[in-house]
Design a binder for this molecule. Sequence first.
Ligand SMILES: Nc1ncnc2c1ncn2[C@@H]1O[C@H](COP(=O)(O)OP(=O)(O)OP(=O)(O)O)[C@@H](O)[C@H]1O
Length: 257
Amino acid sequence: MLKVQGLQKFFKVSGKAKHQDARRRGKQFWALESLSFEAETGEVIGLLGANGAGKTTTLRLLTGILSESDGSIEYNNQSIGADPLAYRRQLGFLSGSKGLYDRLSVIENLQFFGRMYGLNAQNIAQRIDSLAQQLDLTEFLDRKVSELSTGMRQRAAIARALVHDPKLVVFDEPTTGLDIVATERVLQCVEALKSDGKTILFATHHMDEVELLCDRILVIDKGKRLYFGDVERFKTDYQATSLNAALRDCLQSGGAL
Ligand SMILES: Nc1ncnc2c1ncn2[C@@H]1O[C@H](COP(=O)(O)OP(=O)(O)OP(=O)(O)O)[C@@H](O)[C@H]1O
């Protein structure tokens, strides 16, 4: 189980505030304020919110790339900072920057990251085979990452995030920039991870993905939690017929029901 309590994150900023933003206080920008939520093992949580709401910041804190200004993040009752290496072995993270080496081929990237996670050659080969099938990578496994299209690169990055078969998966907008077929592949891959009992957190702007995959959603606005709960309940709470309408009402009302 992943448990987040009272998470706060401010960034040091320089220069004068160009416009009035309650999150800017002196030389600090409060990207997250007192955020609490949890994900049960095997649960899929969707992070929703407008651009700049704080979704990526939340996900980066969960992966340990950023450190919190205050609050706590625990995975299976242990602070994620207590044994960062052990935590990272259980975590797969897809970030916006993809995290692949451009000059290496896809297969070289996957082999490299597999070795980094301590997998032996046989395990790496098996994982690559299975991910290549699942994500349809076979045709471009030998091509350099720098030569790939956005969609190919995204699928390769997802394979990289999953090469060590992590228990906890954190995806930042996994289908951004993908065409319909590639999107379906990625969603099938997330569905397979879900059936496999992985705990998944992902940020998205696509409500159809939320409807298809998520058990609960976390709606963030200007660094604050507006809603955390069951997807169906969210629609009922906002008396909306669609998730889009419920999200719009939630954001417009500042989370008031
Ligand atoms: N390193 C940083 N220094 C200063 N401000 C930052 C930094 N990183 C993020 N921010 C600010 O924190 C806020 C939240 O950003 P974040 O990237 O988490 O938003 P988001 O919800 O993921 O947005 P999007 O949907 O556009 O990806 C934004 O106002 C952003 O400008």
